[in-house]
Write a new protein. Structure first.
Length: 139
């Protein structure tokens, strides 16, 4: 006889996006290790991006100390990836502990809500930029 009852899983999956970077985070109980693309957060360089990723965990210090977070991030540049990872981690932490929502929103709204701005696309006959037009010299 199969047991088809649903068990409450302690694993949380969330994603975050910034420009073309997509981060997929997995949160589960553990010892407090954070890995980005199978690399420990302590080894993530440069330090600025490491600190950007650590923001939601610093704000949720007590709730995050016994959680393992594993993140896979692809696309975009270094800063876009760091912001996408911070967004994914923030969403995981809020689902784990809903009382953190107010704390994260008060600190920085982009830790829970995606920033949807993109670079404006290039237009034809515009000489290198999206808005730069050819000058008129007859006036």
């Amino acid at each position: 006889m199969l047991n088809l009852s649903k068990k409450k899983s302690n694993i949380i999956h969330k994603s975050g996006k910034r420009k073309t970077a997509i981060a997929k985070a997995t949160l589960k109980s553990g010892t407090g290790k954070v890995r980005i693309n199978k690399k420990l957060l302590e080894n993530y360089k440069p330090k600025l991006y490491q600190l950007k990723i650590m923001e939601p965990m610093i704000l949720a210090a007590e709730e995050a100390k016994d959680l393992d977070i594993s993140v896979v991030v692809r696309g975009g540049g270094m800063m876009s990836q760091a912001e996408a990872v911070a967004l994914a981690i923030g969403r995981c932490l809020v689902e784990h502990s809903p009382k953190l929502k107010g704390v994260l929103l008060d600190y920085d709204r982009n830790l829970l809500v995606a920033d949807v701005r993109y670079k404006e696309t290039h237009k034809p006959l515009m000489h290198g930029t999206a808005r730069g037009k050819k000058q008129k010299s007859y006036r």
